[in-house]
Design a protein around this ligand. Structure first.
Ligand code: NAD
Ligand code: GLY
Length: 362
């Protein structure tokens, strides 16, 4: 087992451990029971995860809430339903919520935990690769509004994160690939994360491509450890995104806008992030912010992991641009972009108009 710690400099009491292992899921249940001993709890599952793992994890039905699958379920109606369930169970501030699922379950459960009785504890048990490498750590919790993704939310750190690699075996190809979108993101921001150790994730991903398809445990465990070490380091320095943490949004300004424009139906979150990274590399090349060698290296990495730029012919540019302007990093009129410059480094740029170009320039 590997244990990492998110050490929040400004508020040390918000610090917490991340456990990574591939133990039997019965052991995970035992650990969760131990950690929540003498507490009432609400366990929130995504529907698919409950179908596959409900029996083996064996929580009481009365303490379980099942959230339907899909980004569209991260909404205010479900938020209210979960709050009602907390009230029904008479959860007090001493009690706890456990989120078992991908980023959708983690985000909405965390937001409930941050607001119910002005805040009760919660534990993240991420079951998608994307949630393992990114969303379960860092304390961003949210629900979506019709006008925008993650429009209502809070920074609220979990009490602990339990990552078990066994969950990743049942992920379908689309979701597995989506998680890799966020992994690749870390390769392009690694140096700016300002962490004392240099992993050279870019090189590691290139060298170990052969281990991707069969979901090699050692490979996945190493990748999760590197991504979360980098994320923990950034969150420790800037918990509430007043500066450095913005770099974790590489690819997200365009990615989120594409997700919204296509009503969350065409692209998974991680895939949209990859398209956002292709977009921003084109912006960087065109504006002489990165050289052609690095640009080629980036597109080659994305290509060997199976990402080729699709046609954006059906995307409405005006609407998508507006979505970019209402992104939380932007001010309504301008667009804030995180731009790659050289190996593992990014800078922040502000602009008013952008070209929707994600194609690879030979
Ligand atoms: P998701 O939560 O929608 O899960 C994808 C699908 O996989 C769902 O149908 C789910 O039931 C299924 N699934 C989950 N685990 C499974 C397993 N082990 N086996 C089989 N199926 C499984 O998608 P996601 O990619 O995990 O998360 C995306 C969400 O995360 C978005 O809402 C995004 O905004 C959010 N996010 C948040 C942060 C953050 O910092 N809070 C960061 C990145 C993304
Ligand atoms: N995924 C962006 C963040 O956690 O800040």
């Amino acid at each position: 087992m590997t244990t990492l710690t998110v050490n929040i400099a400004e508020t040390p009491s918000n610090s917490y451990p991340i456990y990574i292992d591939n133990d039997d899921l019965k052991d995970l249940k035992y650990k969760l029971d131990e950690e929540t001993k003498n507490k009432k709890r609400l366990v929130i599952f995504s529907e698919k995860v409950y179908k596959i793992y409900g029996k083996i994890l064996d929580f009481k039905k009365s303490e379980t809430f099942i959230l339907k699958d899909g980004e569209r379920e991260k909404n205010i109606k479900n938020y209210t339903k979960i709050i009602q369930k907390c009230i029904e169970l008479k959860l007090s501030r001493k009690d706890i919520i456990i989120a078992i699922g991908g980023g959708v379950v983690g985000d909405i459960s965390g937001f409930v935990a941050s607001t119910y009785m002005r805040g009760i504890k919660f534990i993240q048990v991420p079951t998608t690769l994307l949630a393992c490498v990114d969303s379960s750590v860092g304390g961003k919790t949210a629900i979506d509004m019709p006008k925008g993704k993650n429009f209502v939310g809070a920074f609220y750190q979990p009490q602990a994160v339990y990552i078990n690699l066994n969950f990743l075996k049942t992920l379908d190809e689309k979701q597995y690939k989506s998680g890799f979108g966020e992994v690749i993101k870390y390769a392009f921001i690694e140096k700016t994360c300002n962490h004392s150790e240099y992993f050279n994730l870019l090189e590691y991903l290139k060298e170990n491509r052969g281990k991707y398809e069969n979901r090699d445990n050692e490979f996945l465990s190493r990748i999760i450890e590197i991504c979360l070490t980098l994320k923990a380091s950034v969150v420790a320095q800037d918990e509430k995104e007043s500066g450095l943490r913005k770099i974790l949004n590489l690819g997200h300004t365009f990615g989120h806008a594409l997700e919204e424009e296509t009503k969350y139906k065409r692209y998974t979150h991680g895939y949209a992030v990859i398209l956002g990274i292709m977009f921003i590399f084109n912006y960087a090349l065109k504006n002489n912010l990165c050289d052609k060698k690095y640009y080629d290296e980036a597109f080659t990495l994305m290509s060997v992991y199976g990402y080729e730029p699709p046609c954006l012919c059906l995307i409405n540019k005006k609407r998508t641009l507006n979505y970019m302007k209402t992104d939380k990093k932007s001010d309504g009129n301008t667009i804030t972009l995180i731009v790659p410059t050289t190996n593992g480094e990014v800078i922040e740029k502000t602009t008013t108009d952008v070209e929707f170009d994600i194609s690879y320039k030979k």
